[in-house]
Design a protein around this ligand. Sequence first.
Ligand code: NAD
Length: 485
Amino acid sequence: MSFPEHLIIGGEKVKPASGATFETINPADESVICKVPEAGESEVDQAIDSAREAFDDGRWSDLPPAKRGRVLRKLAGLVRTHNAELARLETLDVGKTDFDAAKIEIPTVANILDYYAGFTDKLTGDTLPSEAGVLRMTLRQPIGVVGAITPWNFPLLLATWKFAPALAMGNSLVHKPAKVSSLSALRFGELALEAGIPAGVLNIVPGAGSVVGDRIVTHPSVNKISFTGSTSVGIGIQKKAADTLKRVTLELGGKSPNIIFEDADLKAAVRGAMTGIFYNKGEVCAAGSRLLVQRSIYNEVCAAVAEQAAKFVPSAPVPGDPRSARMGPVASKAQFDSVLNLIQAGKDEGANCLTGGSAHDNGTGKGYFIQPTVFNDVDNAMRIAQEEIFGPVLCIIPFEDEAEAVAIANDCSYGLAAAVWTQDVARALRVVRRVDAGTVWVNAYNLYDPSLPFGGFKASGYGRDLGEAALAGYTESKSVWINLG
Ligand code: NAD
């Protein structure tokens, strides 16, 4: 097996001048997958200078828009051709099941590239109503150099949420993937060069947040930061980026309510609760981690959820074998410790642990496996109901009526996603309107489409990824006034 060994800077595959590397660990067996080249400040500066030069000389931004689209479509094709290889990197690096990586994440990367390729020659400004002798109009122009900083839960997918719209609009990028999951981005950077993305337009520099990330955020030549990650890091980024007045969009954490009313199709709702929390081992920003259940069906739903949850026995995913695991290990030792700490906090606070509640030993004594865990009789004020656990841990909270369901749903600092399960259309639409969330599903959970904007209310951040809405984050509007004499 070969693994990426180079940073991507200025169109070249380069090794860090210092020779620095860091080990990346397979969370399924704790083995070292490989050593990853680690950027330091000088590599970040080179990457930013390359991106700046590429933007300023127009080698990408000044191309005929349709040509940019053709390159992005070619890149989408290369991603499809290399689906198995990219999926394998994700499975090894972060414990994603083969099904999630090969059938969902990587194909979606290609679909998003195709989607934004279509916008290169379609996003227009406006020609405005003007009196005689004047023409007023607006132009949409790329922002310049974009710093993309992304997390480890959907490594290449969330990076593509930034790359595709930014590139489609003609920007250049410097990308810092999360340290635990840098491999797929480095390989993607190689494929981007092969597809014809010009030198310097897409630079990939893995390394520490406090070094590489910080340099990107503070460097005066970077015009915009597009960040996905935790709320605490996002707040720090916003503060630091203010010194150079960078444009900032933040996709942050969540603690999303999944609300089941008594008239719901309960079989579907329980299935949705499972998808909501155990898909990708709960390492999903929009995970339905608070299950709000109407009191009249509470016992029935708790029993069904506990029974179904116990079936998500974690095991080691095997690249190329979609049936090898239904749920993999959490992505890293740090995440393993953090999830187990919060499970313990739930027990200490008096929530009832219905099923799971500890690490899972798969017989090898190795790997960051956590039992699918369900707490019920959770009070919404408890830490496990307020803090993002980002693991396979569900909190079930009872409610009496619609007003109380909405009140509990909104009694949380986050506002990323929500779902409502009911057969009453009017009730569904009332809840959709009242709940504080950037995405609301009705009788569904965890469904995404390239055309549907995604982002947060409140502490879940601002700005939108995906959809036409994302393009606003990668363009400036220029107003033009022309005197016609
Ligand atoms: P994190 O905030 O720890 O790290 C995110 C990225 O920021 C990483 O690349 C990290 O190295 C970098 N970073 C860390 N410190 C930095 C600093 N001082 N300056 C610049 N960059 C820095 O988050 P994580 O643990 O990688 O990911 C999990 C979090 O991401 C969760 O909170 C989850 O909800 C959130 N997330 C949000 C979305 C969304 O779309 N809203 C999607 C996925 C994940």
